[in-house]
Ligand binder design. Structure first.
Ligand code: TYM
Length: 352
């Protein structure tokens, strides 16, 4: 993702440039998959487009949670995003629950969302199965409606691009469908956003179980590289990565473990898969795994250092989020007013 564009001087969105929105959950610890698939796109995005990033705490309560823990994880996530390079003078960073517009628009959009479409969502089916099997069976209606809230997040801002990892493809398609259906029934209102996934690293796999994506829930502990893991633990996780019984450092069928490591190194070194393959041709898996681990440790070191400093000051984080919320509301409120009007809710609009 490259691009031109001048810096947004930290004022309200400048207009005229492409618009980006993405959301990230403040649940669990964020991992290398989140960083490579999504967060790094947010950072490059703010350079070339008007960018709005949201920590989606309302999504996080769709599964059982501890309230104090949620707040702590929210600060973790805010500090991590800033440490990774989000700059509040160049983008809007805010907490979803600070804006009632998101939950209201979610409800309004449920009227143009088909129950059957929600019931087909892979993530719903997987998470529901996991909860029914492992956690005593409580599955909230919020989890079912999760993609509608995600649609509200995006559609409230007339967005061009939604940068996400590959696992969000189906949710973004549903957002597009929701926007189209609303526009058809009530007149042109929403912009149809485009999905943006990175060419390399859109789906980082669990290092121990390379047929499954790296994930906070359902992944293996040794196969999930958390962004706040100590360097020696990160190196150990890479050294123990599951590979295959061949010897060649190339991508290919049956070589998902090696392919995953090749992608990770290509991203970290900002090079191509082919370059990594040719550099490591003839080199043993052990040395290759050590090289990837070392490169990831060095790549994350400055983020980890800044994270420690930023996380220590919760009131500074609150100030960033409060400012972001105010700027986000200025964008979302007029869209919501238009939607209410189109649906025939509230008193008729008065014209000056
Ligand atoms: P979350 O917090 O689960 O994931 C945040 C981002 O990380 C990406 N991701 C991955 N990318 C590559 N490899 C992986 N193994 C991997 N695991 C996760 C996800 O694709 C995501 O981009 N539903 C969203 C949150 C959300 C949202 C939105 C996103 C709520 N509203 C509006 C975009 C627009 C989610 O999965 O968050």
């Amino acid at each position: 993702m490259g691009g031109a564009g001048e810096g947004n001087q930290g004022a309200l969105l400048s207009g005229g440039r492409r618009r980006i929105f993405s959301g990230i959950q403040p649940t669990g610890r964020k991992h290398l998959g989140n960083y490579i698939g999504a967060i790094r796109q947010y950072v490059t995005g703010q350079e070339r487009a008007d960018s709005i990033y949201c920590i989606v705490d309302l999504h996080a309560i769709t599964v059982q949670h501890d309230p104090a823990e949620l707040r702590a994880r929210l600060y973790d996530t805010a500090a991590l995003l800033l440490a990774a390079g989000l700059d509040p003078s160049r983008c809007i960073l805010f907490r979803q629950s600070d804006l009632s517009e998101h939950s209201e628009l979610c409800w309004l959009l449920t009227s143009v969302t088909a129950w059957g479409d929600l019931n087909r969502m892979h993530q719903w089916k997987q998470k529901r199965a996991l909860l029914e099997d492992r956690r005593g069976g409580f599955v909230s209606a919020g989890l079912f409606n999760y993609p509608v809230l995600q649609a509200a997040d995006v559609l409230a801002y007339r967005i061009d691009e939604v940068p996400v990892g590959d696992d969000q493809r189906q949710h973004i398609e549903l957002i597009r469908e929701t926007a189209r259906r609303f526009n058809e029934r009530f007149g042109d209102t929403f912009k149809i956003p485009e999905l943006v996934v990175p060419e390399v690293g859109a789906r980082i796999m669990d290092l121990q179980s390379p047929l499954s994506k790296m994930a906070t829930t359902g992944g293996t502990e040794l196969g999930t590289v958390y962004l706040t893991d100590q360097p020696d633990l990160i190196a150990k996780k890479f050294r123990s990565a599951v590979t295959d019984s061949e010897r060649e450092v190339v991508k290919g069928p049956g070589k998902e473990g090696i392919g995953n490591l090749i992608e990770i190194l290509a991203v970290v070194r900002e090079t191509s898969v082919a370059e990594v393959e040719s550099e490591f041709s003839g080199i043993g898996y052990g040395d290759f795994k050590a090289a990837v681990g070392g490169a990831v440790v060095a790549w994350l070191a400055p983020v980890q250092e800044r994270y420690g400093e930023l996380r220590a000051d919760e009131s500074a984080l609150e100030a960033v989020l409060a400012d972001g919320a105010e700027r986000a509301r200025a964008e979302a409120a007029p869209v919501l007013a238009e939607v209410r009007g189109k649906l025939g809710l509230g008193p008729p609009a008065t014209r000056p």
